[in-house]
Design a protein around this ligand. Structure first.
Ligand SMILES: C[S@@+](CC[C@H](N)C(=O)[O-])C[C@H]1O[C@@H](n2cnc3c(N)ncnc32)[C@H](O)[C@@H]1O
Length: 246
């Protein structure tokens, strides 16, 4: 991927349509109901806030939400939807906030867009510092074992096929760095878009260890936003880490 073009700049023009097709807009009510429980009168910070898919409905429930994103285009989409949310341009792997939050959250697969272990640990450290005492960090991740791209050197998988769209993911796996370097090829009508991205997948136990290193303790682990159990068949995990005494 080109260094200048971040995920947000690449995806912003098609983000709403893409997340709708992927079912991410339909599940927002469950996501927001899950997150709201941890706010209890305090405020929340979203890491990689994007166009506000989650933050806007959360703020409409009365939670004061702030956000960080490194993509100007994503922040412009957010600003068009609401003026209730304060969001700033920055890197979620190294940020500082004067304010302390009851909840910091990083959903979808945003955390894995930090494609080095060092950047992921730095993000956890920044998040821990932004939390109030007893505040929680919620992270949503895909489960690597359920991802057909992990364990193979190269894969091409169909993400969606309907009358109007064919979305393919072409990926190369770098197991030494736990990286998947991939491109979505989105054919629609007579046009095709190339959407490159790179992620570092992470196993839940590794994430627990990284979180522990920065003073966060695992409080809960779930398999979905409806608080289904995390099992060997889960395709994602939702981790809740609590900040203990400084
Ligand atoms: C998968 S989207 C998720 C957006 C939103 N959280 C949602 O759930 O719909 C990832 C977002 O994280 C942002 N992002 C990726 N890497 C980032 C970084 N290092 N610092 C800040 N934002 C980042 C992207 O611009 C994008 O808006």
């Amino acid at each position: 991927m080109s260094d200048e073009l971040t995920y947000g700049e690449i995806y912003a023009p098609i983000y709403e349509k893409y997340t709708t097709l992927q079912g991410k807009v339909a599940e927002v009510d469950d996501t927001v109901a899950f997150l709201e429980r941890y706010c209890s009168g305090g405020s929340a910070l979203e890491l990689g806030i994007g166009d506000g898919r989650v933050a806007v409905p959360l703020s409409e429930r009365g939670v004061k939400v702030d956000g960080i994103d490194n993509s100007r285009s994503m922040l412009e989409l957010l600003a068009k939807r609401t003026d209730l949310i304060k969001a700033w341009q920055g890197d979620i792997s190294h940020f500082r906030s004067e304010q302390r939050y009851r909840l910091v959250y990083c959903v979808y697969f945003t955390f894995t867009l930090l494609f080095t272990r060092e950047a992921q640990i730095a993000c956890l450290r920044s998040a821990a510092e932004a939390l109030e005492h007893e505040g929680v960090l919620v992270i949503e991740l895909g489960v690597p074992g359920s991802d057909p791209r992990v364990g193979r050197q190269q894969t091409t998988t169909a993400r969606l096929v309907d009358h109007e769209n064919t979305i393919l993911n072409v990926a190369v796996h770098d197991p030494l760095n736990q990286n998947l370097v991939s491109t979505l090829l989105w054919f629609s009508g007579t046009s095709v878009r190339r959407l490159p991205q790179r992620v570092r997948y992470v196993y839940h136990q590794e994430l627990d260890s990284m979180a522990e290193c920065v003073g966060l303790e695992l409080a809960e682990r779930w398999g979905d936003w409806a608080r289904g159990a995390f099992t060997e068949r889960s395709e994602r995990h939702i981790l809740v880490y609590r900040r203990g005494s400084p």
